[in-house]
Ligand binder design. Sequence first.
Ligand code: ZN
Length: 75
Amino acid sequence: MTRKSTAKTIKCPQCGKPSEWSQDNSNRPFCSERCRMIDLGAWASEEYQIPVDKSEDEYSTGLDEDERRFTPVRH
Ligand SMILES: [Zn+2]
């Protein structure tokens, strides 16, 4: 099995068409500038809404100090 892959081809997130993932393609991961602009526009509009949870600021480690088990050290 021989591999002849000069450029990686990915799926355009916007239209789903195969798009070339190369340095030539400045619109990657999109196939064209049009798709890129469409995506940018979609982000600007309310189509994509990122839920921002501002109520929970504290980090949950899932492990409290008390729950840590100290291994007995033998002298
Ligand atoms: Zn596209």
